[in-house]
Design a protein around this ligand. Structure first.
Ligand SMILES: [Ca+2]
Length: 90
């Protein structure tokens, strides 16, 4: 499973879980939605970490960290600006 598929799979599972809980009270639905948002943010952050960990060590060296955050690394289409898609793929 590719890293991107992994994020999408988690999101789909979270949404399916929310749908299954359709009869729940509004308050618990809001809590479920907040939980889903938290899961998506964490999944995206973990994806960014895994992408930055180019040697697969499970840790980010200073070089890996700086490379992942560099403008050049993010600006994949080389148009001189970083759009949201490029940022989210970091
Ligand atoms: Ca590493």
């Amino acid at each position: 499973m590719s890293p991107r598929t992994d994020i999408l799979t988690r999101a789909a599972r979270a949404l399916a879980k929310e749908a299954a809980a359709g009869g729940a009270a509004a308050a618990s639905k809001e809590a479920a939605e907040e939980g889903i948002r938290d899961q998506l943010v964490k999944a995206a952050a973990m994806q960014m970490f895994r992408n930055a960990d180019t040697d697969g060590s499970g840790t980010l060296s200073k070089a890996e960290f700086e490379a992942a955050l560099s403008f050049k690394a993010l600006n994949r289409n080389m148009d001189g600006v970083i759009d949201q898609t490029e940022f989210l793929r970091a």
